[in-house]
Write a protein that binds this ligand. Structure first.
Ligand SMILES: NC(=O)c1ccc[n+]([C@@H]2O[C@H](COP(=O)([O-])OP(=O)(O)OC[C@H]3O[C@@H](n4cnc5c(N)ncnc54)[C@H](OP(=O)(O)O)[C@@H]3O)[C@@H](O)[C@H]2O)c1
Length: 337
């Protein structure tokens, strides 16, 4: 426990992220001071919003600093503690560094229960992405029985959950994803009613028309750009668009723009953005409901686990390009037996 492998933010991308923007370094393992703990990192989350943190502009999440260790959602084990609230062996989650060992304020991490199928679940189905789907539908989408809900990036960390929750509301649920295998997964495994591979669709409008023959009442928006434009031509009166993310725009130097916003007026469409971290007052309600659904087999969840911290940059770049199939996680260390 003397060497700490770390991934530093080496340079700022202007378009697509590549390996040159990261640097693998060997630093010392930190010493926890008063009120701090040393955490051995086990599972790390890679999320699309991190691309935004690489920009030099004001945002809801603070930007990454050049030359510093990148930050991510993490689950780890306390291996040294200088705070009475946490003991050696406790499992915790929080925002820590892309590194094998992190020093953290005890109050900045939360203890988690090791009694789960995999600790990685705290980064996905029992964590931020799943809560994003749950909050977005609860507060904005508000699907009603018999309505049509369409989810883009539907095989991903957020999309898988959004579609399954919409099914529980008795909706016709359609989804799109970037391969035939992903489209088959959301129908055959997750129970969506319709799915298509948007990359192979000759026209997004035709594909949406087939998948959502009665129009769209709720659009769970994860990708933006051309997909949003196509959805705007299929919305029903009083449709709700849950503006969760727009990943198709994150690596563009100039956003594409949207042409069909006019359909919102006559259809009285509501479109609202949200950031899940503003809703942490709902976390215990979310955890209780989602844990119950998981235990009852009502929710299925696919993770894509990359082994080894040194492979995190490639996994992050791959996720932005759609190479992940399910929630993208990196395993940094062994989970305790
Ligand atoms: N508002 C919030 O608080 C909040 C919180 C978490 C996440 N989000 C947003 O939710 C969305 C999904 O995040 P996630 O964590 O669930 O990621 P994810 O879906 O697990 O992974 C990203 C996926 O986006 C798809 N994608 C990439 N480029 C695309 C493009 N040009 N057009 C269409 N799809 C593209 C790829 O899947 P395909 O193979 O299907 O293309 C890729 O696998 C993102 O926009 C993210 O920023 C928002």
């Amino acid at each position: 426990m003397t060497e700490n492998t770390q991934i530093l933010f080496k340079s700022r991308p202007t378009g697509w992220v590549d390996a040159s923007h990261f640097e693998v370094a060997a630093g010392p393992v930190g010493e926890p001071g008063a009120g701090e703990v040393l955490v051995r990192n086990i599972f790390m989350s890679l999320d699309p919003y991190m691309r935004g943190r690489m920009r030099d502009q004001k945002s809801y999440a603070p930007g990454f600093e050049l030359g510093q260790v990148l930050q991510a959602g993490m689950v780890g084990e306390v291996v040294a503690s200088n705070d009475p609230s946490l003991a050696v062996g406790d499992l915790v989650e929080g925002r820590l560094g892309w590194e094998t060992y992190s020093v953290a304020q005890a109050g900045a991490v939360n203890r988690v229960d090791g009694n789960v199928a995999s600790l990685s679940h705290y980064l996905g189905v029992l964590g931020m992405p799943s809560m994003t789907a749950w909050v977005g539908l609860r507060n904005i989408g508000q699907p009603r029985e018999g309505e049509t809900v369409y989810v883009s990036a539907a095989s991903g960390a957020v999309g898988q959950i959004a579609g399954q929750i919409a099914k529980m509301h008795g909706c016709h649920v359609a989804g799109s994803a970037g391969s035939f295998e992903k489209a088959a997964y959301i129908m055959d495994e997750l129970g969506f009613d319709a799915a298509f591979n948007y990359k192979e669709a000759s026209s997004l409008g035709d594909a949406l028309g087939q998948a959502c023959p009665d129009g769209i009442d709720v659009y769970f928006e994860n990708v933006g750009g051309a997909m949003l434009d196509a959805v705007l031509l299929k919305v029903n009166p009083y449709a709700r668009i849950v503006a969760c993310g727009m990943i198709s725009q994150y690596n563009l130097e100039k956003p594409e723009g949207v042409k069909n916003l006019g359909t919102m007026v006559g259809n009285k469409v509501k479109m609202q953005g949200f950031i899940v971290s503003d809703h942490m007052d709902l976390k215990s309600e979310f955890m209780a409901e989602m844990s119950g659904w998981l235990a009852d087999g009502k929710i299925k969840y696919r993770e894509d686990i990359t082994q080894g911290l040194e492979n995190a940059p490639a996994a992050f770049i791959g996720m932005l390009k759609g190479e992940n199939f399910g929630k993208q996680v990196v395993q940094i260390g062994e989970a305790p037996k």
